[in-house]
Write a protein that binds this ligand. Structure first.
Ligand code: CP3
Length: 353
């Protein structure tokens, strides 16, 4: 491995500077991504064609020299494999032809053999590893059971914070739990397949964990995250895991206790406080507000430095992976990303003890 800064930071080993990658780093802000997407016809075809998924995964690495690549795919490949019929409506986000509306729908969910239904993801991972040729590590990922359940029960993106799903939490908690249990074992198999194909770290996206009531977070999200982390640790003890709960700042300690190696933080979190709360249990990943990248390059540099400095000195066991607090906006000017990467390198070199 030519650049293993990212893996060292996740393991809280010494680094010369803070590694950086960005959530959704392969996406519509890149002209080369838009060109490949056009060639594919649509987003899902891009995900399902390993050669094209590989091409777009490498684009941000080639352009910016990020310290990690992330598999180009989507969290909704799992509900798609469960037969819900994923499609994207322009300007509205993901939709399913079928949604989970009753006990009968839950019982009717088919058994999924990941290698059979999601083999295209394994093929993409293997191809990307080959094309990366040891330049930087490759991150595999999955949605969390709770976040996947949100999309499956509501039938797609939601304009009302998944109110229909949250209603079920009170009226049919048994059904929500049944969906979560099905998804938990599927996510384990899916991540396991990605690791066996070459993924060198796994990130779990709980994008909607922050919608849960405090009394519900543990039972409806954290427990399934912990079960996945533990199962992956048993099967692949050397593969680090990152758990990102958007809006989960109030639960950092309990997220760290899932046994993950790193906790993702959105931009509402103060990294210095986060560090003192989780101690040296885990590394932290985050947490620049993606909106900063829509401003001037000078502002980008100043805010990047602020995030690096808020994490503090990079002593032994510090463990910071610089990222945004959520996905990069499609309206981000290309040069601002260059300014960001340079500023993180410069500011973090000054934080090395
Ligand atoms: O980070 C990366 O570069 C890897 C690729 C990646 C995508 N989606 C590509 C994508 C990853 C890791 C995801 C995860 C994902 N997908 C999440 C969790 C992270 C988060 O953002 O909270 C969620 C909730 C989804 C579901 C999803 N997929 C939505 C809501 C949308 C529409 C959003 C939009 O911006 O239109 C997608 C589509 C999607 N996934 C795009 C990309 C690059 C845009 C699709 C396009 O090219 O039209």
């Amino acid at each position: 491995m030519q650049n293993d800064l990212f893996l060292r930071a996740l393991r809280r080993q010494p680094v010369e500077r803070t590694p950086v990658w960005l959530m959704r780093q392969a996406g519509r802000y890149l002209p080369e991504y838009n060109a490949t997407r056009k060639k594919a016809g649509n987003f899902l075809a891009l995900c399902k064609t390993p050669e094209l998924a590989c091409e777009v995964t490498l684009q941000p690495i080639d352009r910016y020299g990020f310290d990690a690549a992330i598999l180009f795919s989507d969290i909704l490949t799992i509900p798609d494999a469960l037969g819900l019929g994923l499609h994207f409506v322009e300007g509205e986000g993901p939709r399913f032809h079928k949604k989970i509306e009753s006990e009968a729908d839950v019982l009717a969910l088919p058994t999924v053999e990941v290698q059979e239904s999601l083999g295209y993801v394994a093929d993409a991972v293997a191809l990307i590893r080959r094309e990366l040729d040891g330049r930087v590590p490759l991150i595999g990922f999955s949605g969390s059971p709770w976040t996947l359940a949100c999309y499956m029960i509501s039938g797609g993106s939601s304009g009302d914070d998944f109110l229909s799903v949250r209603k079920w939490l009170y009226s049919r908690p048994d059904l929500v739990r049944a969906v979560l249990d099905r998804l938990t074992s599927l996510v384990v198999d899916y991540c396991d397949m990605q690791i066996r194909s070459g993924a060198q770290a796994i990130m779990l996206f709980d994008s909607w964990g922050g919608l849960l009531a405090d009394a519900h977070f543990d039972g409806f999200s954290r427990q399934s995250l912990a079960a996945i982390v533990q199962a992956l640790r048993d099967r692949h003890p050397d593969i680090p895991t990152i758990v990102f709960v958007k809006g989960g700042g109030q639960w950092l300690e309990s997220i760290a206790q899932t046994g993950c190696d790193a906790v993702g933080c959105d931009w509402t979190v103060n990294l210095a406080q986060a560090r003192s709360r989780v101690g040296d249990q885990v590394a932290l990943q985050g947490n620049l507000d993606p909106a900063v990248l829509l401003g001037s390059a000078d502002q980008v540099r100043a805010e990047a430095r602020r995030v690096v400095e808020s994490f503090g000195r990079l002593g032994r066991g510090a463990g910071h992976v610089f990222n945004l607090g959520h996905g990069i906006s499609q309206f981000t000017p290309l040069d601002n990303v260059t300014a960001l990467v340079e500023a993180v390198a410069q500011a973090s070199r000054q934080q090395v003890l």
